[in-house]
Design a protein around this ligand. Sequence first.
Ligand SMILES: [Mn+2]
Length: 404
Amino acid sequence: MTRWSADYHTQNRRKLAQKIDGGFVAIAGHVAVQRSNDTAQPFKQDANMWYLSGVTEPGWQLLYDGTRDYAWLVRPDTDEVTRIFDGGIDDAQALARSGADTVIAQRDLEQTLRQIARTHSAAYALDPKPLAASMSFALNPAAARLYAVLERIFAGVTDVRRDMAQLRAVKTEDELAVIRAAVQLTTRAFEHVRENIASYRHEYEIEAEFGYRFRRANAQFAYDPIVAGGKNACTLHYIANDAARPKRGAVLIDVGAEVDGYCADITRTYGWTRPTKRVEQLHAALRTAHHEIIDLIEPHMPVADYQRQVDDIMKRQMVSVGLLTSTADEAYRTYFPHAVSHGLGIDVHDSLGGTRLLEPGMVITVEPGLYLADEGIGLRIEDDVVVTATGHENLSASLSTSLM
Ligand SMILES: [Mn+2]
């Protein structure tokens, strides 16, 4: 079902134990949440829970004593009706998947925590409060529930989110192999769509082409795909994908496959009909900037330097096409309002854990864009790039960035 063995998750726990100096950590997997009336949202496991346990079913939790390298899985209380309708895994399957040492029932959680608190005065866990403050949607309630229990039992509870992000930011060769596979599945679908672009009459037909190809490979969309024709591309998170082909315009396609738990995240903008001279001009400038930005990437480069040089490159191109009067022009951010890069991994927006330097093994996107709301033009090009010991490797380099 998945290429990952219990060994992988066991090693991930040991890496965490080193990072938190043999501390005790408790991680809540996600619980299922309502979609509407009596149906649930498609379930997606919390990335940290999956990384440390491999459990993909709702309601499970992980306790891990880094001093003893001992892991407990906490099985959710599931009634017989839920089991009949939704299935689930039994204790033996959970142990085989995770490499954990034992399974306890949810009703024994607090008693187990009290025993652990005799040797560990403090616990590490994922604090949902900082995340909740910056999100426009409700968080999965599981992390807050567990955090509250831990705060009652332990003298101190420390947020482990940054440590987890730093571990996950640097990929192993096995993780890179899976990301490569996700990128390859995505670029192949892009190539097909590009060759047949004139045959699609609606945005959703292009979305369906990707979805078909991903599911045929037992993969899925890593995130809601963006297929935005003409002026729709000026809405950065446009996901309706229901409009007809514009009379004259390009189509921005931001799509990634998820393969064995890891994501690709790729964007191309294609002429859907014959592009206007203006779109050709802007796209050429963006494409030049995109490749110059990728060429910047090298190991141990300060993130702040990278950002400064990205701004220089983008401003120079914007001046060259007359969008800015000079590189000091304040309008810069109205034409390019989003970040140029983010980490990529189990989550499509994988935190780099506040790193100051780009380090070998980190995978980042490079995705400059130009958005001209007044002219109804939105353009973006996005590749997935791994920082190597000697420079960088663009994992999606084989997919042409050209407009046609
Ligand atoms: Mn992206």
